[in-house]
Design a protein around this ligand. Sequence first.
Ligand code: PLP
Length: 386
Amino acid sequence: MRQERERFFTKAAYDPVDERHHGAIHVPIYQNSLFAFGGYDEFERAMNGLQDHHVYSRGNNPTVQYLERKLADMEGAEAAKCFASGMAAISSAILSVVGQGDHVVATHQAYGPTRQFLSQFLSRFGVETTYVDGSSMANWRAAVRPNTKLLYLESPTTIMFELQELAECAKLAGEIGARTIIDNTWATPCFQNPLALGVDLVVHSISKYIGGHSDCIGGVVLGSKELMDRVADNEYMLLGGIMTPQTAALVSKGLRTLPLRMQRHEESGLKVAEYLGKQDYVARVNHPGLSVHPQHELAKRQMSGSSSLFSFITNEPREKLKAWATRLRYFKIAVSWGGFESLVTVNKLAAGAEEETSSVVRLYVGLEDPRDLINDLEQAWKDAAE
Ligand SMILES: *Cc1c(COP(=O)(O)O)cnc(C)c1O
């Protein structure tokens, strides 16, 4: 496992020299909408294979294509397409496998807007979704129907950090003629490669760790050439939610340090999570990398590491938690995660989950010294208690 992880450093850093870019060590930003041809034969050849040639930047821009190849290599995919956002990638991936009258089974804790897309948007077109507690295979098996065409996974989920058994879900989908899609944003290609476990399509929000600098919004779908050709010709070309060349260049730069950043995030995230696990005000820490996590053994089996977004459950009054969050110096109050800076949010638990009075505090551990972060948490809690 260790050795596999080390190989990512080479994948991130090394490019064979591509003569089309004159040996430029960074991929140039091809800031153009169209590509001109020297002759009509060449033009017609290109028009017959839009994804393999450069014709128009809504289909295939060289800067974006560079990033797609890089991400495909890191995720172990035959092909990738980059999108304007994680949601553009997710909605396109889902649309590529479902049609009118189909049924979807999804993990109940999937990213909120993804659930909204499934239940409020796709329901308008006759696609029905059943949500299950995805941590148990029995729940998936009980929920599938003859018209189930998609098992939608997100492992771990990013508020409660619940896992699904990826290989088992892929096997079940195979048995019933359905596809599997996973949102792999938390683990990144560094720590989890679901395609190798039989999952059909992987999606990432690039806006998080892959971009890594809180400067871009983007997404990617990855999978076999067969499935990705369908995505490219249909959802990509027709909905048009493409990534711009500037974003692709920024993300390519962020990608160089992805393995290095993830190594640091993993170490620091575990230190801060372990510290919180010992505090009186913390009822439970939700972090798959901790041995107290109920699915820690599964986490070790299907991931080679853990990232630094996690949560804890607490019964302290919400006003006090908000006062504590406001006093934090290094943890900024903000949505999203995956950049260099540590973040915090205080949330109500979902209705019906545990006690009404409990809160779930989500922390994102950035690149700062974890000792400073722990001191920050300690000091702010003392201040908030006064
Ligand atoms: C942020 C996020 C998304 C959506 O990505 P955008 O780039 O914001 O559209 C999807 N899934 C997860 C797990 C996320 O954290």
